[in-house]
Design a binder for this molecule. Structure first.
Ligand code: AHR
Length: 545
């Protein structure tokens, strides 16, 4: 049974039917049932995966590999910014080691300055002479003093250094429509007084602003607004905030929900209904969803020193991303069958109990091989929803929540999640390919999970890429991969594996969890490879045809 069928069966066994029609469900189950029946017999050691490399699917938008960097704890200060006078090697105040590491991820976009912080951020605090910028208190995150030395120009300098794009979250909660309008004019205009001010501050050319978020979590820290109150704001902000850089269109992103409840789905419904009835003055191109894996509130899950049951419950929760997207997408389909408004899951990742001895408001946590497996599963879910999901942002980039990098003074270490992002780079803007396999079941007490997951794509370089995640922590899986009708010339692959489920990288042992080459053998249209427990593997296949 494919992972998709597995999740859908579990969900609809538990919940009454609501947003998906009975007709489409019966079709779904009829597609799943044949293999579903075989599932209980299929923990055999060989898993057959077949990829139809001749049939193309949708593009896997590179923006699903986006990042989120908030003014929170050591996410910006210490993580990205050390200042030009620091002994830590930097370029105009931005850490060189971090820039070099991020370049390898081909980070497609960075969402900034928040999160909750965005709704207290006033952009004028962060421009002009750094000596004259005044500080504020970061009310959202521990009352830290925010010096505003990292502001608009520093952010765009960082974005340009790593070859990325900007995703700005505008202040709707405590800001004004005029403030938002002025910021985007400052960033993108030519010839106006605000454009001249930008030039005087060092950047004569307009900036590219790929995404503009109209608020953040407006039902919570960014408001709080009812759906109708937010829609009133949304219309005003979207009407009066203009991108003047015609070279690069800006995608406007409305706020959607973060929960599996009727009230949250009501947000999606209300916004999409307002969008369907919009006037010519405003539009949105995206709807934001947030979905953390955190096992309740306050977060109590341990980032390290956990057992198999804790591993399995975290994986089970994260697989709920599929249902969360599916339910929101079903609501959107009612108003937008042509999929003109995309889903951007612009905050996702694990949210564990903070590392002991750290400020709990700074959201610092370790990152293990479990996080890498979980990242791969989420990439796969986004890929399976590629028709509607055109973006996602890991929370967060550095030193906060499920980071890809940790820094401490001059030291830097790459996390297992970093390696998952790096291994998936070939999937950016690749074409999804149909894939078929029987996942089997991995059972831990009462938790039933698919044993394996996989996606396939044709990369922009013409190679075929197959990503295989072995969720099972006890058993290796022997894979018999076939490319329907195509002869394989060669195969290369990398695997990320650690013998212990809570293995981490530290400043003293930075390569404890690091990708290694994996041996795979080719025979005609088939590849054989054995993948380790709790591992992710990406194979690159060159075909003769
Ligand atoms: O990522 C941490 C916080 O989580 C963000 O600031 C907020 O948007 C979300 O609740």
């Amino acid at each position: 049974m494919s992972l998709y069928c597995h999740i859908m069966k579990q969900h609809f066994n538990l919940k009454p039917l609501k947003l998906v029609s009975i007709l489409s469900l019966s079709l779904l189950f009829s597609m799943c049932s044949e293999k579903g029946q075989a599932q209980n017999q299929t923990n055999e050691s060989v898993v057959k995966i077949s990829v139809d490399a001749k049939r193309g699917g949708p593009e896997i938008n590179r923006h699903i590999f986006g990042h989120f960097a908030e003014h929170l704890g050591f996410g910006i200060y210490g993580g990205v910014w050390v200042g030009p006078d620091s002994d830590i090697p930097n370029t105009r105040g931005i850490r060189n080691d971090v820039v070099e590491a991020l370049k390898l991820l081909k980070v497609p976009n960075i969402r900034w300055p928040g999160g909750c912080y965005a709704d207290q951020y006033h952009w004028r605090d962060g421009i002009g002479n750094p000596e004259e910028r005044h500080s504020r208190i970061n009310v959202s995150w521990g009352g830290a003093i925010e010096p505003n030395t990292f502001g608009t120009h520093e952010f765009f300098d960082f974005v340009e250094m790593i070859g990325s794009e900007a995703f700005i979250s505008a202040n709707v909660g405590s800001g004004t429509v005029q403030e938002s309008a002025d910021w985007l004019e400052y960033l993108t205009a030519t010839g106006s007084t605000l454009a001249e001010e930008r030039a005087e501050n060092g950047h004569p050319e307009p900036y590219n602003v790929e995404f503009w978020g109209i608020g953040n979590e407006v039902w919570g820290c960014g408001g709080p607004f009812t759906p109708q109150e937010y829609i009133t704001q949304l219309k005003k902000f979207a009407t009066f905030t203009t991108n003047y850089n015609t070279d690069v269109p800006t995608q406007f992103v409305a706020v959607g929900p973060d929960s599996f409840d009727e009230y949250s789905f009501g947000y999606t419904d209300a916004i999409m209904e307002a969008w369907a009835n919009k006037t010519w003055t405003w539009d949105i191109q995206g709807l934001s969803l947030h979905n953390y894996t955190r096992g309740g509130w306050p977060p109590e899950i341990k980032a390290t020193k956990f057992g198999e049951l804790q591993y399995a419950s975290v994986i089970k929760e994260t697989l709920g991303m599929d249902q969360f997207i599916a339910e929101n997408a079903a609501i959107m389909d009612k108003f937008d069958p042509d999929k003109l408004v995309s889903i951007l899951v612009d905050e996702w990742g694990t949210w564990y109990k903070a590392t002991e001895g750290t400020n709990p408001d700074f959201l610092q946590q370790q990152n293990s091989i479990r996080d890498a497996v979980l990242a791969a599963l989420n990439f796969n879910i986004f890929t399976r929803h590629a028709e509607r999901v055109h973006g996602a942002n890991i929370a967060q980039m550095i030193n906060v929540l499920q980071s890809v990098i940790f820094t401490e003074d001059e030291k830097m270490v790459l996390t297992p999640t970093y390696h998952a992002f790096r291994m998936y780079v070939p999937f950016q803007d690749a074409t999804r390919l149909p894939i078929d396999f029987i996942a089997g079941t991995y059972q831990v007490d009462s938790i039933s999970l698919p044993r394996l997951d996989a996606i396939a794509a044709k990369g922009k370089d013409g190679n075929i890429y197959v990503a295989i995640t072995n969720i099972d922590v006890k058993n290796t899986a022997s894979i018999d991969l076939s490319l329907d009708g195509l002869t394989i010339e060669s195969v290369h692959g990398e695997t990320l594996y650690a013998s212990s489920i809570d293995a981490v990288n530290t400043f003293d042992n930075p390569d404890n969890v690091a990708p290694e080459e994996i041996k795979a053998t080719v025979s005609g249209s088939n590849v054989s490879v054995t993948v380790q427990p709790q591992s992710l593997t990406v194979l690159s296949l060159i075909t003769k045809d």
